[in-house]
Design a protein around this ligand. Structure first.
Ligand SMILES: CC(C)(COP(=O)(O)OP(=O)(O)OC[C@H]1O[C@@H](n2cnc3c(N)ncnc32)[C@H](O)[C@@H]1OP(=O)(O)O)[C@@H](O)C(=O)NCCC(=O)NCCS
Length: 215
Protein backbone atom coordinates (compact mmCIF):
# COMPACT_ATOMS: atom_id res chain seq x y z
CA UNK A 1 0.00 0.00 0.00
CA UNK A 2 1.21 3.52 -0.79
CA UNK A 3 2.49 5.52 2.17
CA UNK A 4 0.38 8.50 3.20
CA UNK A 5 2.03 11.91 2.97
CA UNK A 6 1.22 15.28 4.50
CA UNK A 7 2.05 18.43 2.53
CA UNK A 8 3.20 21.39 4.63
CA UNK A 9 2.27 24.70 2.96
CA UNK A 10 -0.86 25.36 0.92
CA UNK A 11 0.04 28.13 -1.55
CA UNK A 12 0.76 28.13 -5.27
CA UNK A 13 3.86 25.92 -5.03
CA UNK A 14 1.74 23.33 -3.21
CA UNK A 15 -0.43 22.94 -6.32
CA UNK A 16 2.60 22.07 -8.46
CA UNK A 17 3.84 19.71 -5.74
CA UNK A 18 0.47 17.91 -5.73
CA UNK A 19 0.79 17.32 -9.48
CA UNK A 20 4.26 15.81 -8.94
CA UNK A 21 3.28 13.60 -6.00
CA UNK A 22 0.23 12.30 -7.85
CA UNK A 23 2.36 11.54 -10.93
CA UNK A 24 4.88 9.55 -8.88
CA UNK A 25 2.12 7.14 -7.78
CA UNK A 26 4.12 6.35 -4.62
CA UNK A 27 2.21 8.36 -2.01
CA UNK A 28 -1.37 9.05 -1.06
CA UNK A 29 -1.88 12.67 -0.06
CA UNK A 30 -3.65 12.69 3.30
CA UNK A 31 -4.01 16.45 3.54
CA UNK A 32 -2.32 19.80 3.86
CA UNK A 33 -1.06 21.81 6.81
CA UNK A 34 -1.42 25.53 6.24
CA UNK A 35 -1.04 28.81 8.14
CA UNK A 36 -3.75 29.43 10.76
CA UNK A 37 -4.82 32.60 8.95
CA UNK A 38 -5.22 30.90 5.54
CA UNK A 39 -8.83 30.82 4.39
CA UNK A 40 -8.63 27.79 2.06
CA UNK A 41 -10.33 24.60 3.26
CA UNK A 42 -8.83 22.56 0.44
CA UNK A 43 -6.13 22.75 -2.26
CA UNK A 44 -6.67 20.88 -5.55
CA UNK A 45 -9.31 18.78 -3.80
CA UNK A 46 -7.16 17.80 -0.79
CA UNK A 47 -8.33 18.99 2.63
CA UNK A 48 -6.48 21.45 4.82
CA UNK A 49 -6.26 19.39 8.02
CA UNK A 50 -4.58 21.84 10.37
CA UNK A 51 -1.46 23.89 10.96
CA UNK A 52 2.15 22.91 11.60
CA UNK A 53 1.24 22.42 15.28
CA UNK A 54 -0.11 19.02 14.16
CA UNK A 55 3.33 17.83 13.02
CA UNK A 56 4.35 15.87 16.19
CA UNK A 57 1.01 14.02 16.32
CA UNK A 58 1.13 13.21 12.60
CA UNK A 59 4.70 11.90 12.89
CA UNK A 60 3.55 9.63 15.74
CA UNK A 61 0.70 8.39 13.52
CA UNK A 62 3.24 7.32 10.87
CA UNK A 63 2.73 9.88 8.13
CA UNK A 64 5.61 11.19 6.04
CA UNK A 65 5.93 14.83 4.96
CA UNK A 66 6.80 17.15 2.13
CA UNK A 67 7.48 20.85 2.62
CA UNK A 68 5.69 22.83 -0.10
CA UNK A 69 6.24 26.31 1.29
CA UNK A 70 7.53 28.45 -1.59
CA UNK A 71 11.01 29.98 -1.74
CA UNK A 72 11.46 33.23 -3.64
CA UNK A 73 14.53 35.04 -2.32
CA UNK A 74 14.42 33.66 1.25
CA UNK A 75 14.34 29.96 2.10
CA UNK A 76 14.59 30.28 5.89
CA UNK A 77 10.95 29.28 6.47
CA UNK A 78 11.50 26.04 4.55
CA UNK A 79 14.72 25.34 6.47
CA UNK A 80 13.03 25.90 9.85
CA UNK A 81 10.19 23.51 8.98
CA UNK A 82 12.64 20.93 7.65
CA UNK A 83 14.69 21.02 10.85
CA UNK A 84 11.57 20.78 13.02
CA UNK A 85 10.30 17.70 11.20
CA UNK A 86 13.73 16.08 11.07
CA UNK A 87 14.44 16.75 14.76
CA UNK A 88 11.08 15.20 15.66
CA UNK A 89 11.97 12.05 13.70
CA UNK A 90 9.68 12.70 10.72
CA UNK A 91 10.39 11.16 7.33
CA UNK A 92 10.64 13.40 4.24
CA UNK A 93 11.16 11.26 1.14
CA UNK A 94 12.78 12.34 -2.10
CA UNK A 95 10.01 12.94 -4.63
CA UNK A 96 10.55 12.68 -8.39
CA UNK A 97 7.95 13.57 -11.02
CA UNK A 98 7.02 10.90 -13.54
CA UNK A 99 8.31 13.10 -16.38
CA UNK A 100 11.61 14.05 -14.70
CA UNK A 101 14.86 12.31 -15.56
CA UNK A 102 17.34 11.59 -12.79
CA UNK A 103 20.60 9.77 -13.52
CA UNK A 104 21.17 6.66 -11.43
CA UNK A 105 24.59 8.24 -10.71
CA UNK A 106 23.07 11.36 -9.15
CA UNK A 107 22.41 11.65 -5.42
CA UNK A 108 19.39 13.38 -3.92
CA UNK A 109 18.97 13.99 -0.18
CA UNK A 110 15.90 13.84 2.04
CA UNK A 111 13.00 16.20 1.33
CA UNK A 112 14.14 17.22 -2.17
CA UNK A 113 11.64 17.33 -5.02
CA UNK A 114 12.42 16.98 -8.73
CA UNK A 115 9.51 18.48 -10.61
CA UNK A 116 8.05 17.78 -14.03
CA UNK A 117 10.47 17.61 -16.95
CA UNK A 118 13.48 18.51 -14.85
CA UNK A 119 16.75 16.73 -15.68
CA UNK A 120 19.48 15.74 -13.21
CA UNK A 121 22.57 14.34 -14.87
CA UNK A 122 25.36 11.95 -13.83
CA UNK A 123 27.23 12.58 -10.57
CA UNK A 124 25.14 15.62 -9.66
CA UNK A 125 24.64 15.94 -5.89
CA UNK A 126 21.59 17.69 -4.46
CA UNK A 127 21.22 18.32 -0.73
CA UNK A 128 18.27 18.29 1.69
CA UNK A 129 14.98 20.07 1.05
CA UNK A 130 15.75 21.47 -2.40
CA UNK A 131 13.26 22.34 -5.12
CA UNK A 132 14.41 21.47 -8.63
CA UNK A 133 11.52 23.13 -10.37
CA UNK A 134 9.74 22.39 -13.64
CA UNK A 135 12.10 22.04 -16.57
CA UNK A 136 15.29 22.89 -14.67
CA UNK A 137 18.52 21.21 -15.80
CA UNK A 138 21.19 20.15 -13.32
CA UNK A 139 24.20 19.01 -15.30
CA UNK A 140 26.90 16.46 -14.53
CA UNK A 141 28.96 16.92 -11.35
CA UNK A 142 26.96 19.92 -10.15
CA UNK A 143 26.72 20.28 -6.37
CA UNK A 144 23.67 21.94 -4.81
CA UNK A 145 23.73 22.43 -1.05
CA UNK A 146 20.71 22.16 1.27
CA UNK A 147 17.52 24.28 1.06
CA UNK A 148 18.05 25.70 -2.45
CA UNK A 149 15.41 26.52 -5.05
CA UNK A 150 16.42 26.08 -8.68
CA UNK A 151 13.47 27.71 -10.45
CA UNK A 152 11.63 26.77 -13.61
CA UNK A 153 13.79 26.36 -16.68
CA UNK A 154 17.10 27.28 -15.03
CA UNK A 155 20.35 25.73 -16.28
CA UNK A 156 22.96 24.70 -13.74
CA UNK A 157 25.81 23.56 -15.95
CA UNK A 158 28.51 20.98 -15.31
CA UNK A 159 30.43 21.10 -12.01
CA UNK A 160 28.75 24.28 -10.74
CA UNK A 161 28.57 24.60 -6.94
CA UNK A 162 25.63 26.30 -5.23
CA UNK A 163 25.74 27.17 -1.52
CA UNK A 164 22.98 26.60 1.04
CA UNK A 165 19.71 28.58 0.92
CA UNK A 166 20.32 29.96 -2.56
CA UNK A 167 17.56 31.03 -4.94
CA UNK A 168 18.21 30.65 -8.68
CA UNK A 169 15.52 32.46 -10.70
CA UNK A 170 13.67 31.15 -13.72
CA UNK A 171 15.61 30.74 -16.97
CA UNK A 172 18.91 31.67 -15.36
CA UNK A 173 22.07 30.09 -16.73
CA UNK A 174 25.09 29.19 -14.62
CA UNK A 175 28.14 28.78 -16.83
CA UNK A 176 29.99 25.52 -16.18
CA UNK A 177 32.08 25.43 -13.02
CA UNK A 178 30.91 28.67 -11.39
CA UNK A 179 30.32 28.78 -7.63
CA UNK A 180 27.27 30.60 -6.33
CA UNK A 181 27.70 31.65 -2.70
CA UNK A 182 25.35 30.55 0.08
CA UNK A 183 22.23 32.68 0.41
CA UNK A 184 22.60 34.45 -2.94
CA UNK A 185 19.52 35.50 -4.90
CA UNK A 186 19.97 35.12 -8.65
CA UNK A 187 17.20 37.04 -10.44
CA UNK A 188 15.19 35.52 -13.27
CA UNK A 189 17.03 35.42 -16.59
CA UNK A 190 20.50 36.05 -15.16
CA UNK A 191 23.60 34.57 -16.78
CA UNK A 192 26.21 33.86 -14.11
CA UNK A 193 29.63 33.80 -15.79
CA UNK A 194 31.85 34.12 -12.69
CA UNK A 195 31.65 32.90 -9.12
CA UNK A 196 29.66 35.16 -6.80
CA UNK A 197 30.30 36.71 -3.37
CA UNK A 198 28.01 35.95 -0.40
CA UNK A 199 25.16 38.19 0.67
CA UNK A 200 24.20 39.72 -2.69
CA UNK A 201 21.37 39.71 -5.19
CA UNK A 202 22.71 39.26 -8.71
CA UNK A 203 20.94 40.08 -11.96
CA UNK A 204 21.68 40.72 -15.62
CA UNK A 205 23.76 39.33 -18.46
CA UNK A 206 26.47 38.90 -17.36
CA UNK A 207 25.41 38.78 -13.71
CA UNK A 208 26.23 41.85 -11.61
CA UNK A 209 25.78 42.28 -7.84
CA UNK A 210 22.75 44.58 -7.55
CA UNK A 211 22.28 44.92 -3.81
CA UNK A 212 23.08 43.36 -0.46
CA UNK A 213 20.46 41.04 0.93
CA UNK A 214 19.13 41.93 4.36
CA UNK A 215 18.47 38.78 6.43
C1 LIG B 1 15.16 39.33 -8.00
C2 LIG B 1 13.69 39.46 -7.67
C3 LIG B 1 13.31 38.37 -6.68
C4 LIG B 1 13.40 40.84 -7.12
O1 LIG B 1 14.01 41.00 -5.87
P1 LIG B 1 13.99 42.43 -5.18
O2 LIG B 1 14.73 42.30 -3.89
O3 LIG B 1 12.60 42.94 -5.12
O4 LIG B 1 14.90 43.27 -6.18
P2 LIG B 1 14.63 44.69 -6.83
O5 LIG B 1 13.37 44.68 -7.61
O6 LIG B 1 14.84 45.71 -5.75
O7 LIG B 1 15.82 44.78 -7.88
C5 LIG B 1 17.16 45.05 -7.52
C6 LIG B 1 17.90 45.36 -8.82
O8 LIG B 1 17.95 44.17 -9.63
C7 LIG B 1 17.32 44.41 -10.89
N1 LIG B 1 16.58 43.20 -11.25
C8 LIG B 1 15.71 42.51 -10.48
N2 LIG B 1 15.28 41.43 -11.12
C9 LIG B 1 15.89 41.44 -12.33
C10 LIG B 1 15.87 40.56 -13.44
N3 LIG B 1 15.12 39.45 -13.43
N4 LIG B 1 16.64 40.85 -14.51
C11 LIG B 1 17.42 41.97 -14.53
N5 LIG B 1 17.48 42.84 -13.50
C12 LIG B 1 16.73 42.57 -12.41
C13 LIG B 1 16.40 45.60 -10.66
O9 LIG B 1 16.14 46.28 -11.87
C14 LIG B 1 17.24 46.41 -9.71
O10 LIG B 1 18.28 47.01 -10.43
P3 LIG B 1 18.78 48.52 -10.15
O11 LIG B 1 19.22 48.54 -8.70
O12 LIG B 1 19.91 48.69 -11.11
O13 LIG B 1 17.58 49.38 -10.41
C15 LIG B 1 12.80 39.33 -8.94
O14 LIG B 1 13.10 40.39 -9.86
C16 LIG B 1 13.00 38.00 -9.63
O15 LIG B 1 13.86 37.83 -10.51
N6 LIG B 1 12.21 37.02 -9.19
C17 LIG B 1 12.37 35.67 -9.59
C18 LIG B 1 11.13 35.18 -10.30
C19 LIG B 1 11.27 33.72 -10.52
O16 LIG B 1 12.22 33.26 -11.11
N7 LIG B 1 10.36 32.95 -9.97
C20 LIG B 1 10.50 31.53 -10.00
C21 LIG B 1 9.26 30.82 -9.69
S1 LIG B 1 9.53 29.08 -9.91
Amino acid sequence: MNKQIIIVGGGGHCKSVIEVIESSKLYLIKGILNKAEAAEKEVCGYPVIGTDHEIPRLIAEGYCFHIAVGHIKNGEARKTLFNRIQDAGGEMPVIVASTATVSSRATLAQGTIIMHRAFVNADAQIGFNCIINTGAVIEHDAYIDNHCHISTGAYVNGACKIGELTFIGSSSVLVQGVEVAAGNVIAAGTVVTQSTKPGYLYAGIPAQPKKQIAR
